[in-house]
Design a binder for this molecule. Sequence first.
Ligand code: SAH
Length: 295
Amino acid sequence: MTTHVPVLTSATLEYLRPERGGLFVDCTVGLGGHSRALLESGATRIIGIDRDPQALEMARATLAPWADRVELVHADYRAIDEVLDSRGIQLVDGTLADLGVSSLQFDTPGRGFSFQRDERLDMRMDPTSGESAADLVARSSERDLADAIYAYGEERFSRRIARAIVAARREQPIETTGRLAAIVRRVLPRHGHMRIDPATRTFQALRIWVNGELEGLDRFLETAARRLRAGARLVLITFHSLEDRIVKHTLRRLDRGDERQVSVLTKKPVVPGDEEIQRNPRARSAKLRAAERIN
Ligand code: SAH
């Protein structure tokens, strides 16, 4: 069975202070690791959101001992207003979003996130809706492919890769992770000193694009902040610089001016120590930022 070790758990608990009790929203409940820690530390009630039905099943198992205090919701966290409104909830005592993909999604065969296996190129966190990576690769213009690979993968050779994709799909649709990885590797031969597979950045870009990971993140943060009780806190964990940049700038903006909403608690992001990174490779690029609702 896939296990998912929650990242930066002690900092998460330190900022969210569940020992004071109250209602917490876990916007990315995943396999339930963070929620479980919140419950064990005193949270009275949890609303756990995830867009991945498979994750919710795992969370249900993890959180079974607290079933009467947990509600799991299949939704996009960007719909947090609707989730709370439909339950008659105005304000909450703390909110967590641990962004990105889970090890369940990455490691479960058939989800199509990884080029470590050859499988259908899917990459949807919510396989019940939207277009798969194969669909996007099949219908996007060379220009859009290049732009996405550049913007979301920070890949210098995006134009070359997009050109190769368009040439290859003319011969045969690109339907598997293995074929896409091979196309990228052919244009970007691996050099001896290269630490990572040359396909990594292109796969990251497609994943972010397929799942619209950066779209509406700023608005989500504003909404989540507005739904906090005075003194309640918002904790965000990000896994790449594009995401972290949005979180950093949005929190700073909410911490300014006449209509100041929050006070940012983390001047610099909290990052894992060497020991945590060794135990849990997923923690490697994690950054945690926290803010407290004022007035
Ligand atoms: N904190 C969790 C792991 C979260 S991994 C734990 O301790 O187990 C990130 C999760 O966020 C994934 O399950 C993914 O499906 C979910 N996710 C990512 N973007 C989302 C979105 N926009 N709306 C809802 N869930 C999302």
